[in-house]
Ligand binder design. Sequence first.
Ligand SMILES: [Zn+2]
Length: 569
Amino acid sequence: MRRLILFSLIQLLIVHLSGQNNDSFHPPVNIPIFLSGNFGEIRSDHFHSGIDIKTQGTVGHPVFSVEKGYVSRIKVQANGYGNSIYVTHPNGYTSVYGHLDGYRDDIAAYVKKVQYKRESFSVDLYLEPGVFQLDRGEFLAYSGNTGGSSGPHLHFEIRTASNQHPTNVLKYNFDIEDRRAPKFLSLFIYPLDQQGQVNGSRDKFSSSLVIDNGVYTIPWTTKLSASGKLGISVEVFDYLNGASNRCGVYSLEYYQDDQLVYRHLMDEFAFSETRYINAHIDYEERVRNGTKAHRLHRLPNDKLRIYDALENNGELLINEERNYKMRIVAKDVAGNQSELTFTVSGNLVQQSENQAPDPGVILRAKESNTFNRDPVTLFFPKNTLYRDMEFKFEKSPSSHGSLSNFYHIGSEETPVHLPYTLSIKTELSTPEFRDKLLIVNLNDDNEISSAGGEFSNGKVTTSLRSFGKYAIGIDTIAPEIKPQGGEINGDLTGRESIKFIITDELSDIDTYNGFIDNKWVLFEYDLKNDILFYLIDKERIELNTEHELELYVTDSKGNANLYQAKFTW
Ligand SMILES: [Zn+2]
């Protein structure tokens, strides 16, 4: 017994030291595993929830269940994970396989049957144990490029089955080589209070980084003197063997004068908290320059649970005339690490002689806020923002066919966590157009897009999750339906599919329903390419006979288009 305990302790120690998890899995593919993305890396509005396995530039590689278990969920959608499959295992995990080209025959037949029964391409099916029971390493599906994927790869996750939190896949036993250390790219320092300043300025300080004797630092010509309360961010990436892709780091540690003040660990997270990434990163840098910088200070309304050490929210208070030593350590799961060190020369905090300028309208992050400026009403529920913000509101004349002025709400460089409500009053609401009114957004590239919304009580109201320029617009134009590979009319003998490009000028495609000889048929929708296609199905379509095709497509404002054709096959 004692020997057993000792053995377990040693094992625990080994597991802990190597950062590896004890659960062992079969590989999900039978090709060498190289990654184009890893767990926890910074994506738009979310942390990446799995690993992206390169599939040699092609689709159709077999995908295997990593452990015995049962198919617990199958989801088909035009965006997101595209075709995906979830397997629940007796060891307490769920594995997820996304962007699949298709499922193995019996699973594909099962899915198709449900799609025909529900007359819907997108389905989200939860299955009981026993429908598809799987062995470890059993063939499941083919890798692909469906949904929001921008190149052939397998998106693969391991979640804790009980709460569906994605976990760090690199912590298990997959054969993924990583002998490369993270690389620091840039450093940002922000004054956080009235006394805060860097090199005599209240503006953000930024610097590229150099490597000196194996340690990253600021260039020797860059001076750094500061006072007051400061926050720090770093841009840092990890790289794995056999691929040039930038991946995310596993942990970041920040020491002020050898005292640990901040550490985050990318072990797992909840999907309900992943949007807090916009508080974790310097969102302004992301919007302006595409830079992905991790804050080493926590914003007041950042509720991520990845912070494993946090003193004074990671803020640096400089109130003495001395050198402050900063050290930041980035690690990957394999244990490779890099260090960034620099010194800040401290100044005594100067009590500012000038009164701070009048801050104008302040939106409080922890309170709800209402803002009225005729004809606009804005309502921000509490916790819409990550920190208090000076609110800017301006207008510019109507353009791009908008039916009102453009109202500039806040700044595109400020992140919004929860949806807020925008209402704009209008007198232009003749009854026949009421249903076609919506809110439009004008972006920095001068492009217009729908921001949704409905007319009611003399105003158009929508729910928004970003700041920017908004106006009332109208969509009376039906979606366009263009056949691909020649007209559909006539003899289609030998054709395998019927394909269309479907687009809508302003709002989104809402419904698409194809009928052959008055029976619903499965048109598959590839949103990123605007492609809608039907694979001609011998079991449902009689050969050498004339058929009638009808395809109805509507947009989210209820504008409908119908494509009709007669063909023989
Ligand atoms: Zn992915």
